[in-house]
Design a protein. Structure first.
Length: 193
């Protein structure tokens, strides 16, 4: 799927009126709603199963081929291996179609409280039976593509103080323990392994 889907941009009031649903996201344990692979720029594949790997991140995703201006050798940034976003927020700004969600460019869409208070950097999340990811310190912020796909109002709300605290644009993570995961799997906060 390429970036050819048009999403109706929600107004500021529509988004603010629905944020109470995001604030009601389960804390501590929730559900993996969607997994998406980005094999190349602006291309998305909604997955029935996904393989997480400590070296590759989400197997088949282009993270491992993308360099970063944040690393000395311009290699992929290890603290930005995966991006995780709240599925309630994506549904609020994009509607119910998985293809519209996938435009956000994240790999994991979860029904879970991603706020800074709930999941500080270093927090670990188990997905399914074996996979474990760790929240990194790297901020995950809305970019011009996010604004173009979901509207300037969504972009402004993501950047607002409350949006940053709730991590409406999501968080960055890295894979600690690889395994196969699938939508419907439980995702839960766990103690360090």
């Amino acid at each position: 799927m390429e970036n050819t889907i048009a999403v109706r941009h929600r107004s500021r009031d529509e988004i603010l009126d629905g944020l109470h649903l995001v604030r009601q996201s389960p804390r501590g344990a929730g559900t993996l709603s969607l997994a998406v692979r980005r094999p190349s720029v602006d291309t998305r594949e909604v997955l029935a199963t996904a393989e997480l790997d400590p070296d590759a991140g989400l197997v088949g995703d282009d993270w491992s081929q993308r360099g970063s201006s944040q690393t000395p050798d311009r290699s992929p940034h290890p603290g930005r291996q995966l991006t995780v976003i709240n599925s309630r927020f994506v549904e609020l700004i994009a509607g119910t179609a998985p293809e519209s969600w996938a435009l956000a460019g994240d790999q994991l869409y979860v029904d879970l409280d991603l706020s800074v208070d709930a999941l500080p950097a270093g927090a670990r999340l188990a997905i399914g039976d074996r996979a474990v990811i760790e929240v990194t310190e790297e901020p995950h912020n809305g970019c011009a593509k996010f604004a173009a796909r979901y509207g300037r109002d969504a972009h402004k709300i993501v950047w607002a103080e409350d949006g940053q605290r709730l991590r409406l644009r999501g968080l960055n993570a890295r894979v600690l323990v690889g395994a196969t995961i699938r939508p419907g799997d439980t995702i839960r906060h766990v103690n360090p392994i």
